[in-house]
Design a protein around this ligand. Structure first.
Ligand code: FES
Length: 84
């Protein structure tokens, strides 16, 4: 299975708005990480598509940038293994 690109080995704090839908990048190639910028569409055979989610409440969350979290789109600390 193809692995997503590690955009950054640390999460980004994002203020979510209740009821708003977001598209979290899963390929790791977006220049607008942690969100999708459509980059996945430019690569033939790309198996990754953005994960769309709707915020249940307005709150600050940590969104994963390493793309290997087990609790997408949220950081679960997995990024530690990519730190040098
Ligand atoms: S940035 Fe991916 S698990 Fe923390």
């Amino acid at each position: 299975m193809q692995e997503p690109h590690v955009f950054k080995a640390e999460p980004t704090a994002v203020m979510l708005e209740a009821g708003k839908t977001y598209a979290w990048c899963t390929c790791g190639l977006s220049q607008k990480n942690p969100f999708c910028d459509g980059h996945h569409k430019t690569i033939e055979g790309m198996p990754f598509k953005p994960l769309r989610f709707t915020a249940e409440k307005s709150e600050e969350v940590w969104l994963c940038n390493c793309k290997h979290t087990k609790t997408p789109p949220f950081c679960d600390g997995t990024h530690e293994q990519f730190r040098k």
